[in-house]
Write a protein that binds this ligand. Structure first.
Ligand code: ADP
Length: 309
């Protein structure tokens, strides 16, 4: 059976409920995708490759992973570092502000632990997923090791999947981000870009422009997310525009793209067609944005997905 490995960072999340009262949980793009994939497709083996510390938050974070039935075999422990943290504040008009404390997080150390010998455990059926955030948090001196291990995985037949998930404040410059993200496209078999991300980074504003930009890469499958507008897929020479039913009352768009990615890939791994995978992924994303927070209550999610399966 194939396994999927999500490489990147999970953070401590703090949300202000009212002055001086916070709700604390855990979130991060690759973690969110892993959770939603496993919830929708429990038979799949879903792994997180990251680094945490040895502190109480780290222990609770790893317990959360286990609670969500994610494999923690590839969660490394740093004796010196602790997890990154972010805070969400929502003002009276619903506008959200995010602040991050992640510059010295344990997850930035993952390439110190994720060595060549680990690559032998991957098989040809496996999937390795990383995002622009996974890339952005890597210290510059660790990038070479990352690209070298990614190439070895790719050469051994592992399917490499990438979502640019561009966050400008995590990069030293747009030139650097653009170079690294283009390199990631060049390594990927499957790419799941959001139009919004590439609009700010590469001046691409429509699904068609993103599809044209991606023509120079050897992608087996390209899935372009464009909010409520549409999803465009390109695979085996076929370009398809999929209709998205807009959600009337959006509560919180956090992790819409992450939920989409997890469920889309889970569906494809479970031998569903591209059309069905998009339909399930869009249902997942539409459900997630009707609830507050990155990770919504289990039954709200599974009820919506099971109705479509
Ligand atoms: P990202 O979060 O990666 O930038 P999008 O904003 O395109 O990606 O959102 C991801 C997916 O969430 C979309 O492909 C779509 O399925 C769903 N989605 C986002 N906004 C809406 C909306 N207003 N109504 C319905 N679905 C939405």
């Amino acid at each position: 059976m194939s396994s999927i490995y999500f490489f990147g960072e999970c953070l401590i999340e703090l949300k202000t409920l009212k002055p001086n009262l916070f709700e604390q949980s855990y979130a991060g793009d690759i973690y969110n995708s892993a959770v939603y994939m496993k919830r929708a497709f429990p038979a799949l083996s879903v792994n997180v490759i990251t680094t945490v510390g040895t502190d109480a938050f780290s222990n609770e974070m790893v317990e959360r992973f286990s609670h969500e039935h994610l494999s923690t075999e590839w969660v490394f422990r740093s004796k010196q570092k602790i997890p990154g943290l972010y805070h969400i504040q929502t003002d009276a008009s619903g506008e959200r502000t995010f602040n991050y404390w992640r510059n010295d997080s344990a997850a930035k150390q993952t390439m110190d632990f994720f060595k060549d010998e680990h690559l032998q455990q991957f098989t040809k059926q496996d999937i390795f997923f990383f995002s622009g955030i996974s890339l952005a948090i890597l210290p510059e001196e660790k990038r070479e090791a990352f690209w070298s291990r990614l190439k070895k995985l790719s050469d051994s037949g592992v399917t490499i999947v990438f979502d640019p998930n561009y966050r400008a404040n995590l990069w030293s410059s747009t030139e650097d981000a653009s170079t690294q993200i283009k390199k990631a496209f060049a390594h990927a078999c499957i790419a799941l870009p959001g139009v919004d991300d590439l609009a700010t980074l590469l001046d691409l504003h429509t699904g068609a422009q993103v599809a044209e930009f991606c023509q120079c890469y050897e992608l087996q499958e390209l899935v372009i997310k464009n909010g409520p507008e549409s999803v465009v897929t390109v695979a085996q020479g076929n370009t398809t525009e999929h209709h998205i039913t807009p959600v009337v009352k959006v509560v919180d768009t956090t992790s819409a793209g992450d939920a989409f990615n997890g469920v889309y890939l889970g569906a494809r791994l479970s031998k569903q067609s591209i059309n069905k995978a998009v339909q399930l992924a869009a249902t997942a994303a539409a459900t997630v944005i009707q609830h507050p927070g990155a990770i919504i209550p289990l039954t709200a999610f599974t009820d919506a997905i099971h109705a479509e399966l």
